[in-house]
Design a protein around this ligand. Structure first.
Ligand code: 5GP
Length: 194
């Protein structure tokens, strides 16, 4: 997605060989117009999959997911990383090792929002080693629902997550695929440069 790639080149900060900071439009401050266009693109890519729900992880997955849900006309559920006092229903939980925080979190959703028969699109901001996506897949599986696919805003293709998920036969669509962050520079995978 050209608009997203341009934004990453203009505003992304390469923090190391493996970490990209995009807090001016995705991870802290949010660019609503860009999120809307991201939502339109995910909706287009997954239009024919019969999706009934979108599942994401708080907090950075919420903005692109809501825009996608708006376009597809379906609800969005975000898994919580901390137990909330109001999250009192029967919970589905999975353990996710956080790439950026380097700690394990229990993620959870109420079992009333994803049920047997749901066909779920998983969306997240970044794909690195695939831990977050695998945790979300586990929640969907526990609910007895099925996975329609995985939508990722920024995939770091030099890390293992993309292959791990695609090897399972999952449809993974990433709007920007970063090939390398070497020498403080963002390089995109060639076949996705539009
Ligand atoms: P994974 O679970 O695939 O290893 O990592 C994905 C999760 O870690 C995402 O939910 C995202 O929050 C975070 N993450 C991974 N790599 C990056 C990165 O380079 N930049 C930022 N801002 N977050 C990242």
């Amino acid at each position: 997605m050209k608009l997203l790639q341009d934004k990453i080149l203009q505003e992304g900060k390469v923090l190391s060989e493996s970490v990209l900071k995009v807090d001016s439009f995705l991870n802290h401050q949010i660019d609503p117009q860009l999120m809307l266009e991201i939502g339109e693109e995910f909706a287009r890519l997954f239009a024919n999959e019969g999706i009934t729900k979108i599942l994401t992880l708080e907090s950075s997955g919420i903005a692109p997911s809501v825009m996608t849900g708006l376009k597809l006309g379906i609800p969005v559920i975000f898994a919580r990383k901390r137990k909330s006092l109001t999250l009192t229903d029967d919970l589905l939980t999975a353990t996710v090792y956080s790439y950026t925080k380097q700690e394990s979190n229990e993620i959870s959703i109420s079992n009333k929002f994803i049920e047997k028969g749901d066909h779920v699109l998983i969306i997240d901001d970044f794909l690195a080693n695939g831990e977050a996506a695998l945790g979300l897949i586990e929640l969907v599986t526990q609910a007895g629902a099925t996975i329609a696919g995985i939508g990722i805003v920024i995939e770091k293709s030099f890390q293992a997550g993309g292959n791990k998920l695609r090897e399972q036969g999952l449809k993974v669509e990433s709007l920007a695929r970063v090939e390398s962050l070497s020498n403080g520079e963002v390089k995109f995978v060639k076949d996705k440069v539009e």
